[in-house]
Design a protein around this ligand. Sequence first.
Ligand code: AMP
Ligand code: MN
Ligand code: MN
Ligand code: MN
Length: 297
Amino acid sequence: MKGHGPPYNEQVNVDLHCHSTISDGTLTPETLAQRAQANGVELWALTDHDELGGVARAQEAALDLGMHFLTGVEISASYGAHTLHIVGLGVDPTHPDLCAGMTSIRTGRERRARLMSESLAQAGITGAFEGALKYAGNPNLISRTHFARHLVKTGVCRDPNEVFRRYLTPGKPGFVPHQWATLADAVTWIRRAGGMAILAHPGRYPLTANQEYALLSEFKTLGGLGIEVITGSHSPAEFIQYAQVARETGLAASCGSDFHAPGESRIDLGDLPAMPDDLPKVWDLLADRIHHPRLAG
Ligand code: AMP
Ligand code: MN
Ligand code: MN
Ligand code: MN
């Protein structure tokens, strides 16, 4: 980032994970860019779920506002019975293999949402599909988040967390198992598109220590290079735990708020605790993929 901003060191405010109306966030890519900049973000990425449709808009807005920018996406992947999220940074958002892959995962979402709605109807909650759809800025990307917002709005639950706990997680009415990309496909699409594959919020998966070890080994074998350490999905104890995992595995560390909506997300854009100094950072490995802001004047 020579000549464009502050010296490129640990003091740089980096936020490499968030969502817009193109997936399950409530702000447009442009509004998100403004919020990130207002909150002090210097290097930013938009990582919508299974969608690259907001990237060009986010990049344009970010560079105009003087931020450095990395392209991004968060891919849903099935791993046994688990769903994992793989963040791809520095990808070419027009790469045919990546775009075809994203289209293939998205097509199952509407059918899944209709089945979720039928399942909720059996539990006495009717009209959930239509209700959730009203919250989906992108109908191709209807997600559990949109159901959660609808069920809060209609008074079924007090907050999205309660919706997930009571309805939208395995074993609960409203949960419908779904086949996403394979882990191999997700990593391969990202790599072919010139990007870096990063395991998102590892603390969120209900894996045993042995299962987590196996996942990390497989991820590395496939060509995965990064792991999120500081994320809005981790507790302070998990910041420390996954910093240690990064050291032990040699995966580069990433950080991102996972911001979805004002008042809904635990950490606001740009409001992340600092990353441990000693960890190799994903953005150092991605230096040649960073887009730099336009020079003033
Ligand atoms: P989907 O891709 O449709 O399975 O939806 C997954 C999304 O649900 C995640 O990206 C989060 O935004 C949201 N989510 C998952 N668990 C929770 C939770 N406990 N509370 C609030 N949002 C959640
Ligand atoms: Mn989400
Ligand atoms: Mn995620
Ligand atoms: Mn996310």
